[in-house]
Design a protein around this ligand. Structure first.
Ligand code: AHR
Length: 504
C-alpha cells in the first residue's frame, strides 16, 4: 500500500462537546415529505393517525434529536392556522413556493404527535415572508402557553390540553433569497426578525431563536448579510443559520468529494462574522451556528423543472443517492464535528423522500438511501467530545480546491461509556490508504469494530427492489500496533467508523 496518513488525537485536546442536535433533520411541506412520506392514511402500515410506521422505524434508527418544520421555502407563504382544528374545516391552498396544492391534512399538532412517536423534538419556523410579528406571537401562544387565553384555549379545544413547549424557533427561512416569498434586504429582515423574536420571547422567555443567515456561501450578499442581521438582532437571537447543498452535475468526482473543504471555510467565515459583531458590540454573548439545511442536492433538478404545477404532493426533489454522495455526506458530518464548539444544531435536509436518507413508495415500501448510513453512524456513535484532529494526509488538487487531504477524519470521545469513535473518509478513487491513529493519551485500548461503507461503483444506489446494494459491513481492517496506536486500512472511496473501547 503506497499512501499513508496519520492522525493524533489526545483526550485533552477537545474541540467542544458535541451538541446532539447537530444530528437533526428537516420535514417540509414539499413533494412527498409529508404526504406519502411520514403520513399516508391509506397505507397498510399507517397507524391510527395516518403516520407510516415503517417510516417511523427507519427514522428511529437514525436517533434524530430534532426536526425542523414546516419549511423551508414553504413557511414563507404558510398560514399555520390552516393546519389546525377539525380536518373538515381545513382549507386547500395554492402553495406558491413549490407550486403545488396544500391540502392541510397534516399540520402543527399532527407534527408534534409525530415527533413524540419518532422520539424527536421540534424546531419550528415562523413565516416572516408574507406574515410577521402578529402571527408569530399567536403561534407561540397557541403552542407554548398553558391556558386561559384565546390561542392557548383554541389549542385545548383542538384536543391538546398540555402546551407543546417547543423550545427552538427559526425566524423565517432564507430571507436573502430572491426566490423566497417576501424576501428582504438584510436591514428589512434584521429589524423584523428582532421585533418578532422579541415579541415571541415576551410570550415564552425560555425559547431559543435562530436568525436567518445567507442561503449559501455563494450568495452575493454573503457575509455582509450575516454582519448586518446580527448587528440588528444580536441581543435577541441565539443562533445564526447556515445552509449549503453540494452536487456533482459534471461528474467531476474528485472535486465533488472536496466540497467539504468549502464547507469548513463557510463555517469558519460565519463564526468569524458573528465574533466580529460580538466585538463591535462589546458583548459577552456568543452567537452559535445552526447548520439547519445541508446535504447533496442535484440529481432531481432536471426532473423537477419539467413538473406540471398544482397537484398534491408530487414527487419533487427526489434525489436517488449514490455511493459517492454518501462519501460527501460523511465529509460534511466530519466538518460539523470539527466545529462542534460553535455548530450547535444542524439539520440534514431533508428526512423522507425530499433529498432524504429515507425513501418510500406511495402504498409501497420504505428503504434506506446510501446517505442513511454515514448519518446514522455519526448520530449513533458521534456523541461526546469532539477531539482536535491533528491530521497528516497526502493531498491532491481538484478543479476548485488545492491541497485537499485524501483522508478526512475526526474523533469523538464518549467519556460516559469509555469509547472513542474515529470517522474517516478516504477520498482517493484509486487506492487504499494506510491510516495510523495515535491514541496514546488514552492508555491501552481495544478495537470494538471497524465499519466500512464501500462499493466498486461510485454511482451505485439503493432502490426499493435492491435496498441493500450499498450498505456497510463491519469487516474493516484495523489492528493495534502497540499500546494506543491503531493501523487502519481505508479502502479507496470509503466511509469508515472505527470504534475503540477504553480501559476503565
Ligand atoms: O430543502 C429544500 C429547500 O432548499 C428549502 O425549502 C429551502 O430553504 C432551500 O432553498
Amino acid at each position: 500500500m503506497g499512501q499513508q496518513a496519520k492522525m493524533i488525537v489526545d483526550k485533552d485536546f477537545v474541540v467542544g462537546k458535541v451538541d446532539e442536535r447537530i444530528y437533526g433533520s428537516f420535514i417540509e411541506h414539499l413533494g412527498r415529505a409529508v404526504y406519502g412520506g411520514i403520513y399516508e392514511k391509506e397505507h397498510p402500515e399507517a397507524d391510527e393517525q395516518g403516520f407510516r410506521s415503517d417510516v417511523l422505524e427507519l427514522v428511529r434508527g437514525l436517533q434524530v434529536p430534532i426536526v425542523r418544520y414546516p419549511g423551508g421555502n414553504f413557511v414563507s407563504g404558510y398560514n399555520w392556522e390552516d393546519g389546525v382544528g377539525p380536518l373538515s374545516e381545513r382549507p386547500k391552498r395554492l402553495e406558491l413556493a413549490w407550486r403545488t396544492i396544500e391540502p392541510n391534512w397534516f399540520g402543527f399538532n399532527e407534527f408534534m404527535d409525530w415527533c413524540g412517536k419518532a422520539g424527536t423534538e421540534a424546531m419550528m419556523a415562523v413565516n416572516l415572508g408574507t406574515r410577521g410579528i402578529d402571527d408569530a406571537r399567536n403561534l407561540i401562544e397557541y403552542s407554548n402557553h398553558p391556558s386561559g387565553t384565546y390561542w392557548s384555549d383554541l389549542r385545548r379545544s383542538h384536543g391538546y390540553n398540555d402546551p407543546h413547549r417547543v423550545k427552538t424557533w427559526c425566524l423565517g427561512n432564507e430571507m436573502d433569497g430572491p426566490w423566497q416569498i417576501g424576501s428582504k434586504t438584510a436591514v428589512e429582515y434584521g429589524r423584523l426578525a428582532n421585533e418578532a423574536g422579541k415579541t415571541m420571547r415576551l410570550v415564552d422567555p425560555s425559547i431559543e431563536l435562530v436568525a436567518c443567515g445567507s442561503s449559501s456561501r455563494s450568495m452575493a450578499t454573503f457575509p455582509e448579510w450575516e454582519a448586518t442581521v446580527l448587528d440588528l438582532t444580536y441581543d435577541t437571537v441565539d443562533y445564526i443559520s447556515i445552509h449549503q447543498y453540494y452536487g456533482n452535475p459534471k461528474s467531476d468526482t474528485p472535486n465533488f468529494l472536496a466540497q467539504s473543504v468549502g464547507m469548513d471555510a463557510f463555517i469558519h467565515t460565519v463564526i468569524s462574522t458573528a465574533d466580529y459583531v460580538q466585538a463591535k458590540k462589546r458583548s459577552k454573548k456568543k452567537i452559535n451556528l445552526s447548520f439547519d439545511e445541508w446535504n447533496v442536492w442535484f440529481h432531481s433538478h432536471d426532473h423537477d423543472s419539467k413538473l406540471e404545477p398544482w397537484s398534491i404532493a408530487p414527487p419533487q426533489l427526489e434525489d436517488v443517492y449514490t455511493h459517492e454522495d454518501a462519501l460527501v455526506v460523511g465529509c460534511m458530518l466530519i466538518s460539523l464535528l470539527k466545529r462542534a464548539d460553535r455548530v450547535k444544531m444542524a439539520c440534514m435536509a431533508q428526512l423522507v423522500n425530499v433529498i432524504a436518507p429515507i425513501m418510500t413508495r406511495n402504498g409501497g415500501g420504505a428503504w434506506k438511501q446510501t446517505i442513511y448510513y454515514p448519518y446514522m453512524h455519526a448520530s449513533l456513535f458521534g456523541r461526546g467530545q469532539a477531539l482536535v484532529p491533528l491530521l497528516q494526509s497526502p493531498k491532491y488538487d481538484s478543479s476548485e480546491y488545492t491541497d485537499v487531504p485524501y483522508v478526512e477524519s475526526v474523533a469523538v470521545h464518549n467519556v460516559e461509556i469509555g469509547e472513542v469513535t474515529v470517522f474517516a473518509v478516504n477520498r482517493s478513487l484509486d487506492e487504499a490508504i494506510s491510516f495510523e491513529i495515535d491514541l496514546r493519551s488514552f492508555g491501552p485500548v481495544t478495537i470494538l469494530e471497524h465499519i466500512v461503507l464501500e462499493h466498486d461503483d461510485l454511482k451505485a444506489r439503493n432502490t426499493e427492489w435492491q435496498p441493500d446494494n450499498v450498505k456497510p459491513h463491519a469487516s474493516g481492517r484495523s489492528a493495534m500496533t502497540g499500546s494506543g496506536s491503531i493501523e487502519a486500512v481505508l479502502s479507496k472511496a470509503s466511509w469508515n467508523v472505527i470504534r475503540v473501547k477504553l480501559q476503565p
